[in-house]
Design a protein around this ligand. Structure first.
Ligand SMILES: Cc1cc2nc3c(=O)[nH]c(=O)nc-3n(C[C@H](O)[C@H](O)[C@H](O)COP(=O)(O)O)c2cc1C
Length: 205
């Protein structure tokens, strides 16, 4: 058995254990808008955290020089769009993770098409099968590094045709999201799915 006292580990050691342990992680491709223009970046410290209203969160670490452009932009314009990273847009997502200087438009670098959002100012990525327009609820500063936990309320859901039915069931297979594993290039697809019905008495998730 391997066990570790977290207080004796460096930040990097804790990070490596976390990203190898909390897997697979969904990936949010987040567009924002700041004084220097639009920005897109992926974040796998990401999940849904509420449904009345619908809320999402993702967590952004700092880079050497300070806050990443995504956080700077959300401080300037407290709105963003979260796109689910599907297999079809994974290579473009990867381009958006390059540490470009502030003001470089990753959407253009990646060859994405930016289209106006319905109710928020940052653009939406046309090629993404699902996009959720969000208004900032809160940024919580976490830890010594620090991480910026961004919580947003979803104000508009977009789905490509045929992805959601009239009972609001999303066809996950057609969305075809990828998940992040550990390491420099570890990802997974959802090609080995199975169903496990809930037992009687199970409470809603
Ligand atoms: C799949 C993937 C997931 C990532 N997840 C995170 C994350 O959860 N938090 C984070 O701070 N950076 C994450 N990154 C790195 C950022 O995307 C990267 O630092 C990016 O340049 C930030 O862009 P920005 O400065 O334009 O905001 C991830 C990168 C990839 C490729």
């Amino acid at each position: 058995m391997s066990d570790f006292d977290a207080s004796k580990l460096t930040q990097l050691e804790q990070y490596k254990l976390l990203i190898g342990t909390v897997t697979p992680r969904p990936i949010a491709l987040v567009t924002t808008l700041g004084k220097t223009g639009p920005n897109a970046a992926p974040f796998s410290f990401f999940n849904a955290v509420g449904s009345d209203p619908a809320m999402l969160c993702f967590s952004v670490g700092n880079k050497q020089s300070g806050a990443k452009d995504t956080v700077e932009n959300i401080r300037e314009c407290p709105e963003f769009v979260v796109h689910i990273v599907s297999d079809a847009i994974k290579d473009q997502m990867n381009v958006c993770a390059v540490d470009y200087a502030r003001g470089v438009n990753e959407l253009e670098k990646a060859g994405f098409t930016a289209v106006p959002s319905k109710v928020v100012r940052p653009p939406r990525i046309k090629e993404a099968p699902v996009a959720m327009e969000c208004k900032l609820v809160q940024i919580i500063e976490l830890g010594r590094r620090p991480n910026h936990l961004v919580i947003g309320e979803v104000v508009w859901f977009h789905y490509d045709d045929g992805l959601v039915n009239d009972r609001y069931h999303v066809d996950v297979g057609r969305v075809n999201p990828i998940g992040r594993l550990a390491g420099k290039g570890g990802y997974t697809r959802i090609t080995d799915r199975f169903e496990m019905p809930r037992l009687p008495g199970g409470s809603p998730e």
